[in-house]
Design a binder for this molecule. Sequence first.
Ligand code: PEP
Ligand code: MG
Length: 754
Amino acid sequence: MRAPGGPRLLLRRLREVMAEPVTAQARLDRIVVLIASNMVAEVCSLYVARADGPLELFATEGLKREAVHVTTMKPGEGLVGLIASTAEPLALSDAQSHPAFSYKPETGEEIYQSFLGVPVLRGGATLGVLVVQNRARRTYSEEEVEALQTTAMLLAELIASGELQSIVKPGVDIALRRPIALKGAPIAEGLGLGHVVLHQPRVAVTKLVADDIPAEIERLDRAIAAMRASVDELIGRTEQSGDGEHRDVLEAYRMIAHDRGWLRRLNEAVMGGLTAEAAVERVMNDARARLQRQTDPYLRDRLHDLSDLANRLLHQLAGQSLTLDPSELPENAILVARSMGPAALLDYDRHRLRGLVLEEAGAASHVAIVARALSIPAVSEVANISEIAEQGDAIIVDGGSGEVQLRPPSDVEASYAEKARLRARRQEQYRQLRETPAVTRDGVAVALHMNAGLIVDLPHLDETGAEAIGLFRTELQFMLASRFPRLADQQQLYETVLDAAGDRPVTFRTLDIGGDKVLPYMKGPEEENPALGWRAIRIGLDKPALLRTQLRAMLRAGAGRNLRIMLPMVATVDEFIAARALLDRELVFNDRCGRSRPADVKLGVMVEVPSLLWQLDEIAERADFLSVGSNDLTQYFFAADRDNRRVAARFDPLSAGFLRALAAIAEAGRRAGKPVTLCGEIGGRALEAMTLVALGYRGLSMAATSIGPVKAMILSLDAGAAAEEIAKLLARSGDAASLREPLTALAERLGVRL
Ligand code: PEP
Ligand code: MG
């Protein structure tokens, strides 16, 4: 049986009703009448999902009117609830024999035998369910299912417009505004409250009904061809850069871009009367809805790809660029994206950004590094956020806990706002400490240095009152570039850093690549175990041209100034000697070029491979200074991958074994008369920093945000008393996996501010 007038006529009529100046309820009432008559059904009902969970009957033609705004279905309850939870259409010739059928006497629906229901979808969320019913037993055709789905799209727009909010009972919200609490992996500290800005804005499809179908088919074909070309171009680009992983993703894109199935569905939707945009949105809605329910990671990825491609197609049709123009960023923006490159993040105005939420990005990813450098609270691994969030939604990002609150209820928002105020007050107190020297109550001075790696880090020097840059991670420049930075580029960066630091010393670390820090343009051998593989100083010594270029750039940038260089991942004294020889050769070369030398060059070593623990005196004799890389030292000490969430937190650096190692390093430095600092994450945590000072550390380098809290701790500390107590604790607590508890108790007893 075909509907009289077909879906095109229905869509046109519906469009007219949408434009009429009537109340929301009157509009809905007319819509259900129109749909029922067009589909030759005795019943048409619209259920709308409420924020508190159930689906409420909002309008009906055919069922008893008294049931409107009275009948509700819980998600999963009855056929309507089933459609809402599966997000899939359901057509039944004998509805009452379906196991999910749930009888609601107030509706009088027992006389209707056939049932067709479709979800009302938007952005992957089910906003409601649209149903038609017939008295007689009948089979709904595929076209009828399609027609009802198309109609549901129009209703999705109506619900999303917010108009229906005016006809719900007081205190009830429609689901579009449902608050959602999500949990991801924290990648950059801080707390941000603001509004969603989609890095890849969705195109709002306002024109759903086609005026000229052949013209729409042509537009669709053109857009598909352009989309395919853009994917091919992307693949071409990654081929040149040899980025294997990225390439696999794009190959999957290419396959989908040529997939007959969804191209057929797109064409059919246009033939049914939709504009090309509306047809794409239909297909995208289906993909998103399936995505939300899919647990198989492979299929999830493919559905994601499909959704991404459909999005590209929509932008192509609308003639809009795929990503937001950075200059259009509103105030208090919280960027939401599936993934994002570091350069894209840097393009946005930092002062308008309050946070970042991503679906994919590891803590060691480049975008995470940039987010931390810019002090933008960021959380990753938040499933489907780019599909669920709507432009302008209120959102809160807690980069400490990994919590993300989308459309938070007012009490949740208030408690976060209070937390943010407290934080701001504390930050203000820390700012006031900026000029205060970090000296303990018993007069021990501890130099607080800052870790950096990007130009955007440099203003933090003044803001925090850091005495030096204790670790400049030079690999970040390499990681963000698309090819090896040339000598001149490297030199320029180092000059900029030295200029910004002025009198404050800067310790440049030579390239620490390999392991998790991969350069897309540098092909290395596949490694089974990259953390234990060819990395850092090992690469530098095997490819001396690379290390010498870097040393040359440092010597040139440091002409006439004090230069400090530090070598990462040194495992034997031999390696240090070999690197020192390269530096000496570069100094000679520098002279031969007639260039002036740095006023002083110090070459230090990072202690981050446990083998050095048994060569401490030898290495301390050779190196000008020692700096403990506690991130890697703990990783290798406990044989626990620092980026593997399962094991990273399993072992506590505040354990007797590790603290004894740290004490031994500090003592070796003292014996040899060489300065010892620490530049891993633990230096920036108050309790750990207290312990380090007690163990004899007089210099700590940390993230800019940690300087204030650590300084506050130091000002409250009696270092002598802490040293005495901790020595006692270490002597008797060798069995404990962690000394965190007794150390916390000690801090409390000594009145240390943590
Ligand atoms: C460390 O390992 O502690 C360190 C400071 O270096 P990175 O975190 O860059 O490896
Ligand atoms: Mg390291």
